[in-house]
Design a protein around this ligand. Structure first.
Ligand SMILES: NC(=O)c1ccc[n+]([C@@H]2O[C@H](COP(=O)([O-])OP(=O)(O)OC[C@H]3O[C@@H](n4cnc5c(N)ncnc54)[C@H](OP(=O)(O)O)[C@@H]3O)[C@@H](O)[C@H]2O)c1
Length: 260
């Protein structure tokens, strides 16, 4: 059986990605930071896909803001090795959103925390996964990146730096791992409809990134389709970016309808 490792998949976009892979008959190993939420998410997946092979792992990126928990990554891959599970597809979906970070207020360790999760931790996951893909003759890695790698939004400097850094890392990995048959690509969503829309409708009602040429933001399933394309279909594509933002990024400024 083919397996995918999908990070940060107890809620929102990660769930849509897991469901896409399960619906295509791929076995899924997913992570979350909280054991109870991981168990609940696994139950939800099995309810929807009773025949599926799905394993949940509790995995937090950091020991503290400055230190990636490398031992936890090694423990995960050792467990998978012992179970005979080869991860053919690595999907790096988990992210520290780095919300509300003010340049003159937040300590430097907040910046480090976001960079360490979104760049350094993902690098360490790629290294462990790629080592095994190399032995098996290939595999694919997909970053769930963001259009904020190119376009800034307020109070998210660390997040934007991390997503820009992720794209540089994606290209570097694609270049260095191509000779082993390992493809590395990135999906760049704009705004995604998550549970935060439900919790805070007043805020999202006025968010300019809703006003796209296509007139809507992405659903998790739109992002999952793009991830699946890179993982399963893009045989001769590596180091590439696929933007899923309703055309938001091509605009000089959003055209907000008068009636809004
Ligand atoms: N939502 C958007 O509008 C949007 C737009 C563009 C790009 N994206 C990107 O799309 C991806 C998914 O976004 P989302 O909004 O669905 O994410 P989300 O709801 O914020 O969930 C993020 C996931 O990452 C995990 N996570 C967070 N910090 C972590 C850490 N330190 N160590 C390990 N796991 C951690 C969370 O685990 P827990 O479940 O344990 O909390 C959660 O499962 C992210 O890469 C994000 O940057 C999102």
């Amino acid at each position: 059986m083919k397996y995918a490792l999908i990070t940060g998949a107890c809620i929102n976009t990660g769930v849509a990605i897991v469901e896409k892979f399960l619906s295509e008959g791929v076995g899924v190993v997913f992570t979350g930071r909280n054991a109870e939420k991981v168990a609940a998410a696994k139950e939800g997946y099995l309810e929807k896909f009773p025949e599926a092979t799905v394993l949940g792992y509790t995995l937090d990126s950091l020991l503290d803001e400055r230190t990636v928990n490398e031992a936890a990554i090694d423990a995960l891959f050792t467990t998978l090795d012992e179970k005979g599970i080869f991860i053919e597809h690595l999907v790096l979906n988990a992210a520290d959103q780095g919300l509300g970070m003010k340049i003159f207020e937040n300590p430097l360790t907040d910046f480090m925390r976001v960079l360490n999760t979104n760049v350094t931790w993902n690098y360490a996951l790629c290294e462990r996964a790629a080592l095994r893909m190399k032995k098996h003759g290939g595999g694919s890695i997909v970053f769930v990146n963001s259009n904020t790698a190119y376009r800034a939004i307020p109070d998210r400097i660390a997040y934007e730096a991390s997503k820009g850094g992720q794209l540089g890392m994606m290209r570097g990995l694609a270049l260095d791992l191509g000779k082993y048959g390992i493809r590395v690509n990135a999906v760049l969503p704009g705004m995604i409809r998550t549970d935060r829309w439900v919790k805070n409708p007043d805020f999202y009602k006025d968010v300019p990134s809703r006003f796209t040429p296509l007139g809507d933001v992405a659903d998790g399933a739109d992002v999952a389709d793009a991830v699946w394309y890179f993982a399963a279909h893009a045989r001769n594509t590596t180091g590439a970016e696929l933007v899923v933002d309703g055309g938001n990024m091509i605009q000089l400024y959003p055209i907000i309808p008068k009636e809004q």
